[in-house]
Design a protein around this ligand. Sequence first.
Ligand code: SF4
Length: 317
Amino acid sequence: MSGRPTPGPGAPRQPAPGAGAPRRPAPWVGTGRRPAERVTKPRRRRPPDPAAAWRRRLERTRPGVVGDILDRLVVLHGRPSWERRLDATSELVLTILSQNTADLNSERAFQALRDRYPAPQAPVEVHRIPAADGSERAPDGWGGVGLDPGRPPDWLAVESAPTDELVATIRSGGLAEQKAPRIQEALRTIRAARGDDSYSLDFLADLPAREARDWLTRIPGIGPKTASVVLLFCFGTPLMPVDTHVERVSKRLGLIPPGASLALAHDAWLELVPEDRMYEAHVSLIHHGRAVCAARRPRHDACPLADRCRFLDPKAP
Ligand code: SF4
């Protein structure tokens, strides 16, 4: 056998190999530095999303309420089907003209733009919806009679017109002193973004919904309602324009928080409605606000939503 002899029971214990050997100094010794202490960073919390929180609350306290209400509105008012009526730039300008005035007035102002700044080469657009019996009606959600068939105005001429002249041209739309520079600013922004004189907003159709809305709302004077109208009606982008009817009916039914800002109302609806029902939801709520749930004298007796309405019963399911 080779190796070291095994010590007897009374023999002094041998130090273990390596024991007692000089220890290698810790790497920080002599450097004046301490080892990095483990620092527990406070967890970064995601900012709360009030729209998502509201959806979760509705799901918990009133399960299925949005789908049920939309189903009943379809029975009452019919199911609208989406079809593009105007190009997006015309829709944007028409919507700016309709701010704080009746849709009939904005129709007149838009027609005045067509007459004053004609664009003979542009394709004719048909705004009204033809019926099988030969009659016509205004587009879904529109409160006027609809525009006559016609070409979009020459947007370059509108943008370059003296602002006073433009104010005089659109005066029938009301608040012309505000709307004329707003329209010119919007046209300037579109032309700069495009890098040409086409004034086409079609590129917005390829952006995610909120990104497209953000792009439009960066133009001074364009809020989430106007942006959502343009994107929903021209491209079918799933956004909910919250106008006065949508806001009133939604709040009475308790589908958006009672004191919700317009920004929260817009985002809450995006949480509540599936994308493929957004257009239907918007148009149905407008129909309901105009025909049944009017601002002054809501017709509760004729309303199929009465048993789910928080305006009548604050604890309605
Ligand atoms: S019950 Fe009355 S307040 Fe409620 S949605 Fe119907 S009409 Fe409007």
